[in-house]
Design a protein around this ligand. Structure first.
Ligand SMILES: Cc1ncc(COP(=O)(O)O)c(C=O)c1O
Length: 432
């Protein structure tokens, strides 16, 4: 699930229920139903869906198709079977109590080494990692500057943090970062003196737009404006993990700027077909998180099957076995792009393809995303309509995700379906 935009989160929409109005809901359930009805009226009500297993996946974040890979399954099962029968399956508690193990610590070391980071700390999910780190690391009064499309979990962490100003900058815009940083510098001399910390929050690939962040350009802005080294980068690599960089190590390592990142977050629920996340950081930061990150301290640690599945995925990455999947994914991205470029479009039907060249996430921008997504789904292709509040008003789209396990034939079938929707929409418009 993607970012809720600031001010349009799911919680804010319930606040308009007036307790004094004569038509006010009577009970809690009335209030909940009224909130749902308001969402329904805006065509924004979320629902759980179960799709047929035969449907072609153009939606999940299983970018390398590892979740159905026999190599991954075999390695995972071997790791499970190679432990003695008495080896506990459950962690039995939080990391700080009974939930730690030599296996978990070895896994952290393995992942830290793979990512060329000083240390790694395992969280139960990317959500927990972002909430735990951002709620605890920025110190009172520190400044947080965040990309406008940052994930909802980062917003949650910022909301809980003791930081001072939290300012948004235009999406993936070094100029936007420069402007907002300059205005903070003008307000607070401690920033230029180097005594106030400034955190810059970005993702390396954005979940909805699928674009890769201009990380080097951001570094140049921070180096120029904060010469005392009090600028700290926080980069969430959720969508890049396994897909981008050397052996899937991420965009930061592709650019060779790992030493410039204060914190990197890699999540395992997407291309790594598992669950959980690692925070890559220095030893003092890791120690601090063990002491202060509440989403780490007050939760049961991941059990052995999850640790083994993360280990299996990282063994595949580090042995280079997933590189062919990375390459195959890029071939399919190029194929889909060609097919989309060949579509016959019409003046009367708003339709645009938004795509960063090497990204497996492609946006089909239209004012009728639900209709397009429904037609594709009815014909066995899983794609999702993405609506506000997940993305800003006016940015509605159908999100298409490619996977190493997709085929050219499936892509051609999907593009035929998009063409038939365009033709049908054009005919409908012409009749009006
Ligand atoms: C950029 C980003 N960060 C963090 C998360 C949360 O990770 P997890 O699903 O492991 O909680 C997600 C998506 O779920 C995401 O897209």
């Amino acid at each position: 699930m993607a970012a809720s935009q600031p001010g349009t989160s799911s919680t804010s929409s319930t606040s308009s229920t007036s307790s004094t109005s004569s038509s006010a809901p009577k009970t809690l359930i009335d209030s909940l139903s009224a909130a749902l009805s308001r969402r329904e009226a805006k065509s924004a009500r979320r629902r759980l869906t179960v799709l047929p297993r035969t449907a072609v996946d153009f939606s999940s974040n299983d970018f390398l198709s590892l979740s159905t890979s026999s190599a991954y399954r075999e390695r995972f099962l071997a790791l499970l079977n190679n432990t003695p029968p008495s080896f506990p399956l459950a962690s039995g508690g939080s990391r700080l109590l009974d939930g730690n193990s030599a296996y978990a610590e070895e896994l952290e070391n393995f992942v830290a080494e793979f990512h060329q980071a000083p240390t790694a700390l395992l969280f139960n999910s990317g959500y927990d990692a972002n909430v735990g780190v951002l709620s605890s690391i920025p110190q009172p009064g520190d400044v947080i500057l965040y990309d406008e499309l940052i994930h909802a979990s980062a917003h949650e962490g910022m909301r809980l943090s003791r930081a001072g100003p939290r300012k948004m900058f235009a999406h993936s815009s070094p100029i936007g970062l420069r402007e907002v940083l300059q205005s903070q510098i003008a307000e607070d001399p401690a920033i230029v003196e180097g005594t106030r910390n400034v955190f810059v929050l970005i993702e390396s690939i954005y979940s909805m737009d699928g674009d890769v962040a201009p990380i080097k350009e951001f570094i140049a802005v921070v180096d120029e404006l904060l010469p005392h080294g009090n600028g700290y980068f926080y980069v969430d690599e959720a969508h890049a993990t396994g897909v981008f960089g050397p052996r899937g190590a991420g965009v930061v390592q592709e650019l060779g700027v790992q030493d410039r990142m204060f914190i990197r977050v890699h999540t395992f629920g997407k291309a790594l077909a598992s669950h959980g996340a690692m925070v890559l950081c220095g030893p003092e930061t890791r120690d601090y998180l063990i002491n202060y990150a509440r989403s780490l301290i007050y939760t049961t640690a991941l059990g052995f099957p999850f640790l083994a599945s993360i280990r299996a995925a990282y063994e595949l990455l580090s042995s280079g076995e997933t590189e062919s999947l990375q390459r195959r994914l890029q071939e399919l991205i190029r194929h889909l792009r060609q097919q989309l470029d060949g579509l016959h479009t019409y003046q009367s039907v708003m339709f645009e393809v938004d795509h960063f060249p090497t990204s497996p996430i492609i946006s089909l921008r239209t004012s009728q995303p639900r209709q397009l997504a429904s037609l594709c789904q009815e014909n066995g292709f899983v794609v999702r309509a993405i609506m506000p509040p997940t993305i800003p008003e006016g940015k509605e789209r159908v999100r298409v995700c490619l996977h190493a396990g997709n085929t050219e034939g499936e892509i051609d079938g999907l593009t035929r379906m998009i063409q038939s929707w365009l033709d049908q929409s054009h005919r409908n418009e012409s009749k009006l």
